[in-house]
Write a protein that binds this ligand. Structure first.
Ligand code: SF4
Ligand code: SF4
Length: 190
């Protein structure tokens, strides 16, 4: 039985009226839409441009100097809730890391964007390109060559090594191009 309590008193009819009003509001909304001009977009002939931050196909971007941004730190792989990223790390002669292979299984990816959030080098980025459905699920496994692009994506000027102050065979912290010497925090002590 539908009842409503108003001022401490039980009012059975008030509950019934509330339900009827909810039904009436719902039907009124439907009725109003009957006379509206429908908005139909003829996809794929017409493609609406999506916001830059839309989350779809993932790319691996490059530094402004053309080098690969990914340092194979495994953070994206660790944070991925469906474990669809895998890679193998290696070290270049100058001591900088890179991924010998890098694989994303888009058949499992839920496009949550956590990998992009976790990436310290801005290497892995999601793009608005959502047109990647395939009948063969195995073709949704993308290798490094499929993921690597020749630009920096959303942040084209960012260069991880120039800001992170990493020690490599090429130099100590602050010795790399456009890199400043690290601050000696103990020098601030009284
Ligand atoms: S978008 Fe989410 S599910 Fe897809 S690879 Fe990145 S972390 Fe994994
Ligand atoms: S894409 Fe980013 S988070 Fe993933 S391994 Fe490479 S540098 Fe690390």
């Amino acid at each position: 039985m539908i009842v409503k309590r108003i001022g401490g008193k039980v009012k059975p009819m008030a509950g019934v009226f509330a339900v009827l009003k909810a039904f009436a509001d719902g039907f009124a909304t439907t009725f109003r839409h009957l006379f509206r001009k429908p908005i139909t977009e003829q996809y794929p002939e017409y493609k609406r441009s999506l916001p830059e931050r839309s989350r779809a196909r993932i790319i691996l971007t490059r530094h402004p100097d053309g080098g690969e941004r990914c340092v194979a730190c495994y953070l994206c792989s660790a944070v991925c809730p469906v474990s669809c990223i895998s890679m193998q790390s290696a070290e270049r002669e100058d001591g900088r890391r890179y991924a010998t292979w890098f694989r994303i299984n888009f058949g499992r990816c839920i496009y949550c964007g956590l990998c992009e959030e976790a990436c310290p080098t801005s290497a892995i980025q999601l793009t608005p390109d959502f047109e990647m459905c395939k009948a063969d699920i195995l073709s949704l496994v993308y290798e490094k060559d499929d993921l690597l692009v020749d630009h920096g994506g959303k942040d084209r000027e960012y260069n991880f090594y120039q800001y992170a102050g990493v020690v490599t065979n090429a130099g100590d912290k602050g010795a790399h191009i456009r890199e400043e010497k690290p601050v000696n925090i103990k020098s601030n002590l009284p």
